[in-house]
Design a protein around this ligand. Structure first.
Ligand code: GLC
Length: 839
């Protein structure tokens, strides 16, 4: 059945014109870059380079936060995110030009010399940053990236003389090191500096390698900095480099007044790596090029291969080309052409790119989630969801992380909340933790029993969706037979109980099935998706109900694909039970309530003063199919009426107006912020998906567009956050700073908005039977095109919308043959034409 909406309600197509002169920068879609034209962004903006294995953050003014394998336990550079934008943060480059009196010094990143530039651009690229700066008659181009699969951060520096006369130029790149345990660097000013060591190793031909480690890592993990060319001198001691016992500053290091640095090594204290590279006299129009390396290996001997490789500039160029090829291939998995430029820009480039970032860093390392301590790490719930955003692009890498997650699932079926990757790899029997629930350990109820759960009601359910996603994408059903250990604290991996992947999934569902509350709804546990609502044990959650029901649907699909009809029937029974329990208890008259506490009081009810209605109970009841008919529509319409704003859907309303110990975390925020009535973006794509299920494509697209950061490029003084990636939250309309975005990059918004856009609006999704094409679009669209790679074949899909409906496949033609459904067959190779007509 086609669902039609009036054309009137269709959003106007918004254009992100390439190179329009916006205040801070513009999208260059052809190069897949966002180009900043000023360093003075409203807040710090950044980009990611490399992967969790080696890489991290590069900010737009040249600060780099590099880690290997684990931001908390193996950090390399000392990036203190709280420092003002104008301050040095772990790295910079000084360019020094000889003049009659001495030297003029500037940084092509602007920070930390704060020199005014004639021209300045920062190109935020796919896993690289590139600056183009003009100052002192020189054009400097700096490109920072990590070659795919390497443990090296390269900094490719090119200085061109734009003047008529030759210029004598020196280039001084600098890094500052952190102790490997990031938190200790900030909290221990005795032990840390005593251990920090830097040595210079001169090579016969004038090259130098600076070797840095905390003493106990000397024989296991050493950091190094070197350049492709000879250097005149170096400094390893910050005090010496800045000069006058640190009365010299990063803005104007006193040592730069001298021809050479002091070759200071550092047996303790603040370790840096500063190299004096003499570019010599650069003739008019000529370019000097050098490339630095910052890496970590077990020893310099092990590093010598990489050092030699990247001292050859041809290999640097090759590595940059390879990176571009990686992204070309990655992004070619799904490419769309729709009438909406901001949608195309996000779906084709920036959103899948952000998904790759969240897949790597979970919620571990951003300018907001600082990667200190091991209590955050890789989140079970977060990463399970992130993986769904990369499943079509890199299913095998996604699976590797999914198997790690399964290995921190308890034999009872619920999961540990998070783990630090290095601690997990070291197998010390104490590698995962139960998250924030530890905070309330020891709080007892009226009968002397623990008042709060030490498990989360949702964690273990997400992974069912993730594994189902993998299976549908790849068809590799054998995965279900693979044995994976369960998590038993204190036991080494080899001693732990094992179960097949299928068994893990069964236990997930069984845990929830055996942890239902008074109304027959899944218990909240310490928290559900909303970390900020921690009601005592016995509370029930509508969100967990929706997620559980959706996980049951996925499990039924898996069992059906396995031909196990008995299990399909069993899970169907569980599904019907919970659906009935939900419908019997959770309907408030116009919307679904969000929680019941252990006494049976409802939260998210019209009767409440604060937190009357919550977003997630409306969306997830539709996504899971437990809300049907009028109630499904009414819930979503109430959401639209009470929670929607021009900047996105709020997670609840009204916000609590002061700390209430009964509800805890949520009321620590002022009204309109984060979970307390803020626009928590992660929940928005669920609203989009629910609307596509109801067939209301205009509404779904409106919800999509109102949070699209690319469409906010002209509103950056309000939004403030990077326009090329989703932030975690936007302040809601109860807050004075309504519209302001925060906590960019690492958010479940990325994976889910990508899923909402590609699988539900564009409507192309993997299934056990083939590739489903069933869009739900704005009625104003005449159609669109999409290319999708699936199981080895490429599907060139064209969707036509002659009747201007939102949803409803009237006809599907695959390679010239009419198909009697909306599923294109599995081909395994070749290019296949799919034409879908809506109506
Ligand atoms: C943060 C957490 C996520 C949680 C959400 C809502 O984004 O990373 O796990 O679901 O907040 O509280």
């Amino acid at each position: 059945m086609a669902t039609k909406q009036t054309k009137k309600s269709a959003p106007k197509a918004k254009k992100v014109a390439a190179k329009t002169a916006a205040k801070y920068g513009y999208f260059d879609d052809a190069k897949k870059e966002y180009v900043l034209t000023t360093p003075a962004t409203p807040i710090k903006w950044c980009n990611y380079v490399g992967t969790l294995n080696f890489g991290g953050i590069v900010d737009t003014t040249g600060g780099t936060l590099v880690c290997k394998g684990d931001p908390a336990l193996n950090r390399i550079t000392k990036y203190i995110a709280q420092m003002p934008c104008s301050d040095f943060k772990a790295s910079t480059i000084y360019i020094r030009v000889k003049n009659a009196k001495g030297y003029t010094v500037f940084s092509p990143f602007v920070v930390p010399t704060l020199t005014k530039m004639k021209k300045w651009e920062c190109h935020v690229g796919l896993s690289y940053m590139r600056w183009i700066a003009e100052c002192e008659g020189l054009r400097t181009q700096v490109t920072i990236f990590v070659p795919t699969g390497s443990n090296t951060l390269l900094q490719d520096i090119q200085v061109t003389n734009l003047d008529k006369a030759s210029k004598e130029v020196d280039i001084i790149p600098v890094y500052e090191f952190s102790h490997f345990e990031a938190e200790k660097q900030l909290t221990n000013a005795d032990w840390v500096p005593q251990t920090m060591t830097l040595k210079g190793h001169w090579e016969k031909d004038g090259h130098v390698v600076l070797e840095q480690y905390a003493y106990m890592k000397r024989d296991f993990a050493v950091n190094y900095v070197t350049a492709n060319c000879k250097v005149g001198s170096f400094d390893g001691d910050r005090r010496v480099f800045l000069g006058a016992n640190e009365m010299g500053s990063w803005a104007a290091p006193l040592s730069l007044a001298n021809k050479e640095l002091s070759n200071s090594e550092c047996d303790r204290g603040d370790n840096i790596a500063a190299l004096m590279i003499h570019a010599g006299k650069i003739a008019a129009g000529k370019t000097f090029r050098t490339c630095t390396q910052l890496g970590q290996e077990q020893s310099l001997k092990v590093a010598s291969k990489a050092i030699a490789k990247y001292r050859d500039l041809k290999n640097v160029d090759k590595a940059f080309d390879e990176l571009a090829k990686f992204w070309e291939k990655y992004l070619s998995t799904i490419q769309v052409q729709t009438p909406d430029a901001a949608f195309n820009s996000m779906v084709n480039v920036h959103n899948p790119r952000q998904c790759h970032t969240t897949k790597n860093w979970s919620r571990y390392l951003s300018l907001y989630q600082l990667g200190y301590g091991t209590s955050r790490g890789i989140g079970y719930r977060d990463s399970s969801q992130d993986l769904m955003g990369v499943m079509s692009h890199m299913p095998e890498e996604a699976l590797e992380l999914a198997l790690n997650l399964l290995s921190v699932q308890r034999p009872e079926g619920n999961a540990m909340h998070q783990y630090a990757p290095l601690a997990l790899a070291e197998d010390n029997g104490n590698e995962a933790n139960a998250g924030d629930s530890r905070e309330k350990k020891g709080v007892l109820d009226e009968n002397g029993n623990p008042a709060y759960a030490d498990w989360y009601g949702d964690d273990h359910l997400w992974i069912v969706l993730t594994i189902a996603n993998y299976l549908k994408e790849t068809g590799k059903m054998d995965l279900l037979k693979k044995e994976v250990p369960f998590y038993e604290a204190g036991k080494k991996r080899a001693q732990r109980e094992k179960g097949t992947v299928l068994e893990h999934l069964k236990r997930s569902l069984n845990f929830t099935r055996t942890h239902l509350g008074k109304h027959g709804l899944p218990l909240l546990g310490f928290a559900d998706w909303n970390d900020c609502m921690n009601l005592p044990l016995g509370a029930e959650s509508s969100f967990n109900t929706g997620l559980y029901a959706k996980a049951l649907l996925e499990m039924m699909d898996i069992c059906e694909a396995l031909g196990d009809t008995k299990s399909v029937e069993m899970y169907k029974g569980w599904y019907e039970d919970v659906k009935k329990a939900f419908n019997d208890s959770a309907w408030d008259g116009k919307w679904w309530v969000r929680w019941f506490d252990k006494q049976g009081n409802a939260y998210g009810t019209n009767k409440a003063k604060y937190g009357k209605i919550y977003c997630n109970s409306q969306s997830w009841s539709v996504i899971s199919g437990i809300a049907t008919g009028d109630r499904a529509v009414m819930g979503m319409d109430s959401l639209n009426k009470l929670l929607n704003t021009a900047n996105g859907v709020k997670s609840s309303t009204p916000g609590y107006r002061g700390f209430d110990p009964n509800v805890g975390g949520i009321s620590t925020y002022p009204p309109g912020a984060k979970e307390n009535g803020g626009i928590f973006l992660h929940t928005n794509p669920w609203v989009m998906i629910a609307e596509t299920i109801l067939g209301r494509g205009d509404k779904a697209f409106q919800y999509y567009s109102q949070i699209n950061p690319a469409a906010k490029n002209t509103k950056l003084d309000e939004f403030e956050s990077e326009p090329y990636c989703y932030p975690q939250n936007i302040l809601g309309d109860e807050h004075k700073q309504f519209g302001m975005g925060r906590n960019a990059w690492l958010s479940g918004t990325s994976s889910w908005t990508y899923q909402a856009a590609t699988q539900f609006i564009i409507g192309v999704r993997a299934s056990f039977k083939g590739l489903i094409v069933n869009p739900c679009i704005p009625s104003s669209w005449d159609g669109f095109k999409v290319t999708r790679k699936f199981r080895g074949a490429t599907y060139e899909i064209e969707v036509k919308n002659p009747k201007h409906v939102c949803k409803g496949v009237a006809e599907m033609i695959v390679d010239g043959k009419k198909i009697d459904a909306d599923v294109a067959p599995i081909f395994t190779k070749g290019v296949h034409k799919v034409i879908v007509t809506l109506g």
